[in-house]
Write a protein that binds this ligand. Structure first.
Ligand code: NA7
Length: 318
């Protein structure tokens, strides 16, 4: 087994500004935006929203993570329910479907409020269509409006306001989020009023990403066995029609052994698991995705859960 060191905890630097964002003309909505979940993605997004002048109320399970945002002007609340009371539009951005459901249906969760009084709830956590339907149904039954707004992109792309947003559900919520989406995304798509479509599209994109990463890792591992320089392979790859910014960036990370988490490996494997569950319900055969999932699962067992998904290279080298 390789000796694995945990990646360093990334601290949000509230003073640094992305040039991409500085160039964008954003007129902040006057509504109050609640934000549940200040992980790496959530905190990067909230930092951008504060920077562009949005009024923000935050909550995070580990309360310490709220401190820098309180200093930057956000209001901090004790429970998700308190955030809902204080905000007009509430975003949620936590690790997985279970966490997303806990925040809506659990103790002190959103639905403890019983009447949401037409407030808007926006789910940004990566979830499967069935979870989104359950959350949407719960929100609507309590007189709320629901939008799934799945975010596609890395933590750096979030910091640069270069995410892609895939949204579906209540169109009026989508429009109310315009200045927030303009802050964090380069493209935003409304994929219709049917809940679940945006989740499907997001997971389909993640399938392409996961399978491509494993292919890249295996090819580079073979090059390594031949003692061919990985940097040379990447330079040549860059000249081919196969190149993509993502594969080039991940290839460079693999060559350097730098697995600082931009898209954590645990999230990649979670997405593949969600994809395979969806496919199972349709009797859709996905042999390559199944093997890709096994490769990511094994890499997790080797201790690389919290590293970048490019750490899948470590396993391929065995
Ligand atoms: P991180 O950095 O792993 O952060 C995960 C966040 O989710 C963090 O705020 C966690 O709180 C929170 N979390 C996880 N489970 C729960 C439960 N059960 N209840 C409440 N809060 C929870 O992930 P990212 O920020 O990079 O990504 C977040 C989402 O955006 C993810 O779905 C991506 O696919 C897109 P903690 O700080 O540990 O108390």
């Amino acid at each position: 087994r390789p000796v694995v060191t945990r990646p360093e905890t990334q601290v949000i630097d509230m003073s640094s500004r992305s040039n991409t964002l500085a160039d964008r003309e954003i007129v902040p909505s006057e509504q109050t935006f609640g934000f549940l979940g200040l992980g790496m993605m959530g905190s990067t997004i909230v930092k951008d929203l504060i920077y562009t002048g949005h009024k923000v109320v935050v909550w995070n399970r580990t309360i310490d993570k709220c401190q820098p945002f309180a200093e930057a002007g956000a209001e901090v609340k004790d429970t998700p329910m308190d955030v809902v009371e204080a905000a007009d539009v509430i975003f949620c951005c936590v690790s997985d479907p279970k966490g997303a459901k806990d925040l809506v249906f659990g103790n002190c969760g959103v639905l403890q409020l019983k009447d949401l009084n037409n407030k808007a709830y926006v789910e940004m956590s990566t979830i499967d269509p069935d979870t989104s339907l359950d959350i949407g149904e719960g929100i609507k039954q309590c007189n709320g409006r629901y939008l799934e707004a799945q975010i596609h992109g890395s933590r750096q792309e979030a910091a640069d306001g270069m995410l892609i947003i895939l949204a579906g559900g209540d169109r009026s919520v989508f429009e109310e989020c315009h200045s927030c989406f303009k802050t964090i995304a380069k493209n935003t798509f409304f994929l219709g009023t049917d809940i679940g479509n945006a989740c499907k599209v997001n997971l389909i994109l993640q399938t392409i990403l996961g399978v491509s990463l494993v292919g890249l890792a295996e090819a580079l591992a073979l090059a390594d066995r031949f003692s061919i320089s990985l940097n040379d392979i990447i330079d040549i790859f860059d000249l081919t029609s196969m190149k993509s910014p993502m594969l080039l960036a991940k290839g460079k990370e693999m060559a350097k052994g730098d697995f600082n988490p931009q898209q954590p490996l645990s999230h990649m494997q979670r997405d593949l698991r969600l994809v395979l569950n969806m496919a199972e319900n349709l009797d859709q055969s996905m042999p390559v995705t199944s093997i890709t999932n096994e490769v990511f699962k094994h890499t997790k067992r080797l201790g690389y859960s919290e590293h970048d998904s490019s750490a899948v290279f470590v396993r391929s080298r065995f």
